[in-house]
Design a protein around this ligand. Structure first.
Ligand SMILES: C[S@@+](CC[C@H](N)C(=O)[O-])C[C@H]1O[C@@H](n2cnc3c(N)ncnc32)[C@H](O)[C@@H]1O
Length: 281
């Protein structure tokens, strides 16, 4: 079946690439709304808070710069790009049980080879409680076993398509400000930082060991402004808070209903409003 999107891109369903991992704050479920908010045309695509790359895999751009500070995540994508078959072969030998899980969790990732390190990442991502990637202040992954009975680690065709797509992009492990070195006039930059907390109990930001502070949100604003001055198309997602509304008050703010699932309190689940902020209509 062929679907025409608002983006002037023809999406063939069988060709669609799904995100390869579960990720807190992943935008997969928001694409139906977001697709109307993307610019109609742009040159290169830049995504400096990559995570599961839901927007990247949806847009399938011809050229892109993808950045994330999480070393395990970037190593995983490099292995998907360069060694997809080895990755699939090795993960297929991994067992889903508690003892095996904690053995893998204990491994020191920097001492593993690239493929084994990527397999550890994918394994923990799919078998940890709630699919959460959370590290403590020393950078040690600390999520308990998710008690799943059966886990689908990958879909072969999807991994192979992702691998092809990743061959066309520049992958960087680093801070989001690096995007300023690569973005140029006419590029589309999508910024999806860890959200500004809506309350004391809803401040998940432990994707990396150093968290994400108020100063980091101000740096995001500075980067947004710099990209705007460079005449890039800039789009940002963040929480519906007065801090964020005030910080970005000169820009175009759209309210978007979202289902939020990663929250410490069960009653924090459900539909909430999030913000999409753009420098274009
Ligand atoms: C909200 S998630 C992005 C979700 C993504 N849009 C998706 O669809 O899965 C935020 C990401 O920012 C990354 N991150 C945190 N601090 C960062 C920094 N200073 N620079 C770059 N990336 C950072 C985290 O590792 C995480 O993957």
């Amino acid at each position: 079946m062929v679907v025409k999107s608002e983006l002037n891109v023809t999406l063939i369903n069988s060709d669609f690439v799904k995100p390869l991992i579960k990720w807190a704050g992943g935008k997969r479920n928001l694409l139906k709304v977001y697709r109307n908010l993307f610019p109609k045309k742009f040159n290169k695509y830049c995504e400096p808070f990559l995570g599961s790359g839901a927007v990247f895999f949806f847009l399938k751009p011809k050229s892109a710069v993808l950045i994330d500070k999480n070393e395990e995540l970037i190593n995983f994508y490099e292995v998907v790009r360069d060694n997809p078959w080895e990755l699939m072969e090795l993960i297929s030998t991994y067992k889903v049980d508690k003892e095996f899980y904690y053995r893998i969790r204990e491994q020191e990732p920097s001492k593993l080879g690239k493929v084994e390190r990527a397999v550890r990442f994918l394994y923990l991502n799919k078998t940890a409680y709630n699919g959460l990637w959370r590290v403590n202040s020393e950078g040690k992954f600390n999520v308990p076993f998710g008690r799943y009975k059966k886990v689908k680690f990958f879909e072969r065709e999807n991994i192979l398509k992702a691998s092809e797509l990743l061959k066309k992009v520049k992958l960087i492990c680093g801070d989001f400000e690096e995007v300023l070195k690569y973005a140029q006039k006419g590029d589309f930059v999508y910024l999806d930082p860890p959200y500004y907390p809506i309350s004391e109990t809803a401040n998940f930001k432990s994707y990396t060991s150093d968290g994400f502070s108020e100063e980091d949100h101000m740096r995001v604003y500075e980067v947004f402004k710099a990209l705007d001055n460079m005449e890039c198309y800039v789009m940002l997602s963040n929480s519906n808070t007065s801090f964020i509304r005030q910080l970005f008050k000169e820009y175009n703010i759209t309210e978007v209903p979202a289902n939020r699932f990663i929250n410490r309190k069960a009653d924090g689940r459900g539909q909430i409003i999030e913000l999409v902020i753009r420098n274009y209509e």
